[in-house]
Design a protein around this ligand. Sequence first.
Ligand SMILES: Cc1cc2nc3c(=O)[nH]c(=O)nc-3n(C[C@H](O)[C@H](O)[C@H](O)COP(=O)(O)OP(=O)(O)OC[C@H]3O[C@@H](n4cnc5c(N)ncnc54)[C@H](O)[C@@H]3O)c2cc1C
Length: 422
Amino acid sequence: MGDVAVLKQHLIDPEICIRCNSCEAACPSGAITHDDNNYVVNAGACDFGMSCLPVCPTGAIDNWRLVPSSQAYSIEQQFGWTELPAELSPELLASQGVPEEMLAAPPEATSAEAGPTPASAVTTRLNAHVPPWSAAHPYVSLYGPRAREPWIEATVAGNVRVTNRGSDYDTHHVVLDFGARPFPVLEGQSIGILPPGADDKGRPHHARQYSVASARTGERSGFNNLSLTIKRVLEDHQGRPVRGVASNYMCDLEVGDKVRVTGPFGATFLMPNHPRSNIVMICTGTGSAPMRAMTEWRRRLHKSGRFEGGKLMLFFGARSPEELPYFGPLKNLPRDLLDVNLAFSRVTGQPKRYVQDVMRERAADLAPLLGSPDTAIFVCGLRGMEEGVIAALRDIAIASGLDWDALGTALRDEGRIHFETY
Ligand SMILES: Cc1cc2nc3c(=O)[nH]c(=O)nc-3n(C[C@H](O)[C@H](O)[C@H](O)COP(=O)(O)OP(=O)(O)OC[C@H]3O[C@@H](n4cnc5c(N)ncnc54)[C@H](O)[C@@H]3O)c2cc1C
């Protein structure tokens, strides 16, 4: 038998993956894709650029298997996996014609074929893979499939609707209490929820991710609890009726119910900690959750006098005021704490306004923040918002004389611009 080429194939562990899309969003070669079941890597398109590694909150991304190149696992095979295949032994690889020296140091890359163009290549280039320099150090994956305990049980301490009744946009503020068990989180992190039951193939439901909406010291200061902002999913992204598994489970919970939680997750989308830092928060819908967390932590710092004047600017979009979570409390926050800018796209008799429109209107105030090394920008919510937001940031920067290419690179490399869209 002639010598056979070997490939160190990049794979994603379906048991740990929380389907957060961070890897797919970060991959510039479009090698990562997903179906309803799994996130997978196309061996023919992966160029081993490794942009996906630092953004994965769980480590599911960091898996490799030596295989004869001609037998690389296809994406169709990977879509069907519930766990990673076992490693092929050196003996088996050798028996298939892989030369010994290649087993010692296999080539990492296949010849990368042109992969599909990723949906948001501009975001991929701009999204930071490091946290802001002053962010606190996060704990990640304390509970999960590869941790000492697969989950932590939390008790529901509250569940209230935060969008107006009567509208079909039903969003809940859910408070989870961890009792005496440790579950430390920072603003910007998320947690996994394991819904009970099984999918239509009889497999346990995989975890769904939800951003923490409360400050690090608890939803109620000093309590070991946190809050989530959860939209009840009743139609899919194409508008077809569905009943989302985890969101409906969470929105229907009652006080005292027990919930299985994994995490915490996220080591980059983190609030800067120095009190002079400016934070520009741009969000739609439940993308407001991490913004609520950051605002609340700043409010607590403000109250305690440990605040040195960094600005908080919020751009918040929804179809109508009725669909805006936390609309009431937002209006009551002091202007010197939070500069609130709302955009509504479907109010009868009024022109459509999106977050990027309001950002452009506030260009005079945004431009100095963009030029400051103390500014961090966070974008969270609907995936469709990214393009318009980036265009608005670019236009505002250029109009004020800033070099957008240099600024974009600095924002990214210094961990000062973060996208979390789903
Ligand atoms: C980093 C991160 C943070 C997140 N934070 C939040 C958060 O704070 N609050 C929140 O409500 N959600 C958040 N999500 C989305 C959340 O993880 C779930 O995807 C969402 O709740 C749907 O889960 P489900 O089990 O109800 O629906 P599924 O049963 O998983 O899906 C049912 C159908 O609905 C579609 N679908 C999935 N999600 C949505 C959606 N958001 N809108 C419309 N259709 C959808 C699916 O494609 C599928 O066809 C976050 C996601 C990520 C990756």
